[in-house]
Every structure is written in C-alpha cells, then in structure tokens.
Design a protein around this ligand. Structure first.
Ligand code: AMP
Ligand code: ZN
Length: 494
C-alpha cells in the first residue's frame, strides 16, 4: 500500500499550537513517555494515556519511521506529595503489604504489563527503571551542582530555582514563572533545608530506617522523582530527541522540572515536541488513586465493578477511548461503554463481510481513493482518532449496502478497502480480534460453497427435493441462497 506523504502535524505543548512534525534524523523518531509508578494497580485513566501513546507510536511506525520508544518504570523517588514530602510511594506500600519494596515493584510491574497486553499495546523498545540508573542520576546531579544550579544541604541536593531563573526561563510548559510558583507555594515540610520552598529535590538523604537507599557523594540516599526521566531520556535518546510525552498532570511540576534539569546540564530543552494526553474522568472528576475513584481494567473485563451493568472487553474500552481526541477530557460511564460495544461490533462485523461482497468491473458507488486520503488526513491532523472512526463507519455503511445489493463495488476497490481497513483497524488502532473466529468464518464459507455445489448437481439431475432441502436447511441457520441460472450466491440474514 502506498504511504501518504509525511505531512503529520502534532500539537506541541511547548508552543501550544499544532506544528509540522520534522524528526531530528530522517526516518527515525526518539520518543520518551513517562511510565507508571509501580506501587499499585494501574487504573483505566493511566491506561488511557498509554493507549494514546500506543496509537502515536503505531502511526509513526506506519508512516515509515523507525521509532525508539522509551517508557520508564518509576520504582523509587516518587514521594506521596509533589513537593518532595511524605513517604516514598513504593516503600509505603511495601510496609502495608509487608513485603520487600522490590517485591512491590515486581508485582505491580508484572500486573502493568499484563494489563497493557490485554489492550494489545506495543511494548516499548526500552523500559528502563529508576533503580537501575542510580549512577546516571548521580552523574547528572553532579553536573547540575557544578554548573551552579543545585546545592547540597544536610546530605540532600536541591535544585536552585532562583539561580536557574536568572539564566533560563523556568515553567515553559505550564506557563508559570519563578515568581508565580513562589506565590503559590505554601510553607512546606522540609522546606527549612531549601533556599526557597519551591526548590525541588534531586537527591534526598535517607535516614537509617529507610530501605531503598544508595551511596552517593552526599551520603546515603535516593534520587528525587524528576531526575530519573532526565537521566534515562538522555542515556537512551541523547541530549536532544523528538518527542516527550505523558499525561497532562505531569506538565507541572514533573516535566517543567525535567526541562530545567536538562537545560542546566546541556543548555537546552531535551525534546522538540511535548505531547500531553488529557484525563479520563468518572462523573466529571479526574480518575485518580488519591481521590479513590479509580476503576481498574480487570473490574471492567470481569464485570465486577458495580458502577457498570456488565463486563466489557479490552477492545470495547479501547474503541471507547478512541472516540475522544487524546487532548480532550473523556468521561467514563456505563452508557458510553454500551454504545462503544455496539459501535465496535458494527465496525468489525462489516470488516468480516468484505470477503463475501459481490464485485465487478463497473465503477464503485463510493469514492474509495478520496476516502483513503481522508483517513490519512485525520491521523495526520494530530492523530485525530474520533474523526478516523467516523470515516471507518462511512466505509462500513457502504460495505453493508453492497452486501445488501444496493450499491456497486469494483473488484480492485474491494481489494483496496480490505487492505485499508486492515491497516487502520489492526496496525494503526491496534485492535485485535479473535483469529479463531475469523478462521471459523472462513471454514463456514467453504462448507456453504461445498453445499451449493452439491445442490447445483442436484438441480442439474432434476433432484428438486434434495435441492429444496439444502436451501431450506441453510435458511433455518440464517443463510439465504440467491439462485442464478446455474449457480447461487448467498448472504447471512440477521
Ligand atoms: P502515575 O503512575 O500516577 O505516574 O501515572 C502514569 C501515567 O498515567 C501518567 O502519564 C499520568 O499522567 C497518567 N494518568 C494518571 N491519571 C490519569 C487519568 N485520570 N487519565 C489519563 N491519564 C492519567
Ligand atoms: Zn517522567
């Protein structure tokens, strides 16, 4: 299939507008996405973000880019509060479950992988962990100190926002400058160590009872949350790479702090394009572990969550998520999932019909090439999946009318429709349908054809009892024969 020109446009959170996408190296894309903090089961909101980046990665790959997709696992340093206070989330959970912090990390990483597998998401090319990159983080912190943008206090290291703001702009993503956040900051626990309460921790001193700690030039401790992504992004994608992504809630402080760290060492923002996905909400409230309104994927797959009237499959959930653009808020509800289930079935059913469609040499009564172009244009317009889905439905309507004999389909167009739908449904949107179901359908088609041949022979031998019998028995199981002079076609009746 000929690929469209690469006129992809991406909404860049840095410039706050859509920009043409130009990769740093021809045909290669480096993309870093902030992964989960593995202290708990991921909820459907987290899944929405990873599903959005999966489509982005799949589409870039489809356009011919070789994508190096790096998605980290945060297994240390993410404190309960964004201002570096409270306990480390992993350590806290380890105490609650009475197991080692690394058992918590392994348990929830495994679970995360199996949940993403059920959504049929591509695996990242590299999935680095924060605990596996302590040396790289210490090295980067050392450079920040050397450049005068961080200071050591009582075995901890803090980023010096005031010094940084003299030379660079801070808060470029969230549009907050140093004075804004100074006014926003409350008096914080531990802030007596900081020159300014809004300075953030690069390294924290660990007390004797702390389990996850490492030796460092500043004593025994552990890294702050933001430094891991800067260190790992740099290690695997270089000083400057193409795309950095995460949920909207990471813009500030996490991503603004990452940018400040990279500027401190390399003098520039680490990524050309910053992509932020919007939130999944439940009754209008952001789904979040801390609010306590999380819906877990398995609860939906099994039908055990009382807010929902039945179970829904991972593909239905994915279809539901694609019906909103990744930059818009999406509210989860029972009604919306019922509608998504119906819509997804309709789309897949029409795809399954293509093989059986009658076709000929006449012109199709549907502008197929224009339709294919429109499908690409929607994805080139900042990965606009809801508009793409509506385009796929346009084609599905046409398929149904050809099937019912209302519209004509040219045989070359039939091949093009099948290829295009296959690419968009399975390669780009990453849907997965039960192959055994497709195989069963193809076996059934072969059996019906054998019966039609036997019936044709019976008709030639004037054995009308047998030929009527075959026709009636097929009709009883929903297969209607349409007789021509020497042969018959068939269709399924609802
Ligand atoms: P966390 O494990 O909390 O660091 O979150 C992992 C990813 O999920 C981050 O990119 C978050 O921005 C994203 N995320 C968290 N809550 C939601 C939500 N309700 N909707 C969409 N994405 C979310
Ligand atoms: Zn990150």
């Amino acid at each position: 299939m000929t690929l469209p020109p690469k006129d992809l446009r991406i909404f860049n959170s840095l410039s706050k507008k859509k920009e043409s996408f130009n990769s740093l190296n021809p045909n290669i894309v480096g993309m870093y996405v902030c992964g989960p903090t593995v202290y708990n089961t991921v909820h459907l909101g987290n899944c929405r973000t990873f599903i959005s980046f999966d489509v982005i990665c799949r589409y870039l790959t489809h356009l011919g880019y070789k994508v190096r997709y790096v998605r980290n696992i945060t297994d240390v340093g993410h404190m309960e509060n964004d201002d570096d206070t409270g306990e480390d989330k992993i350590s806290k959970r380890a105490k609650i479950e009475n197991i080692e912090p690394m058992e918590i990390v392994q348990k929830y990483t495994n679970e995360f992988h199996s949940i993403l597998d059920s959504f049929n998401l591509l695996k990242p090319n590299i999935e680095p962990t924060a605990t596996g990159h302590i040396i790289e983080q210490i090295e980067m912190i050392n450079k920040i100190i050397k450049n005068g943008y961080a200071y050591v206090k009582n075995g901890s290291v803090y980023f010096d926002l005031m010094n940084f703001s003299k030379d660079h702009k801070y808060g470029v993503l969230s549009n907050r400058n140093f004075d804004d956040i100074k006014n926003e900051s409350r008096s914080l626990k531990g802030s007596d160590e900081k020159k300014n309460p809004q300075d953030f921790a690069l390294w924290k001193k660990a007390n004797d009872s702390h389990i996850m700690k490492w030796p460092s030039p500043w004593g025994s401790g552990f890294p702050g949350w933001h430094i891991e992504c800067s260190a790992m992004g740099h290690k695997y994608l270089g000083e400057k790479f193409d795309i950095h992504g995460g949920g909207m809630d990471l813009k500030f402080p996490h991503h603004d702090c990452e940018i400040a760290q990279s500027k401190s060492v390399y003098g520039e923002n680490p990524a050309n394009y910053w992509i932020h996905t919007n939130m999944l909400t439940l009754n209008g409230k952001k789904m979040s572990k801390s609010i306590g309104n999380s819906v877990l994927p398995n609860e939906i797959f099994e039908g055990s969550n009382k807010t929902f009237s039945k179970s829904f499959s991972p593909m239905t959930l994915k279809f539901f998520m694609y019906q909103a653009h990744y930059r818009n808020i999406l509210d989860l509800s029972d009604n919306a999932l019922h509608a998504a289930e119906k819509g997804f079935k309709k789309l897949i059913d029409s795809y399954k019909l293509i093989k059986d469609l009658p076709c000929n040499d006449k012109n199709s009564e549907f502008e197929i090439k224009e339709w294919v172009d429109r499908c690409y244009q929607t994805m080139n317009d900042d990965f606009n999946t809801p508009v793409l889905i509506s385009e796929l439905f346009e084609c599905s309507k046409f398929i149904k009318s050809v099937y019912l004999g209302f519209k004509n389909l040219n045989k070359n167009d039939k091949i093009l429709i099948e290829k295009t739908l296959k690419v968009f449904l399975f390669d780009i949107l990453g849907f997965k349908i039960d192959q055994t179901e497709l195989e069963k359908k193809s076996n059934e088609d072969n059996l019906v054809k054998i019966l039609i041949n036997l019936r044709n022979q019976a008709r030639q031998n004037n054995d009308f009892n047998l030929s009527d019998d075959i026709r009636n028995k097929l009709l009883e199981i929903g297969i209607k024969l349409n007789d021509n002079k020497d042969d018959s076609s068939y269709n399924y009746i609802d």
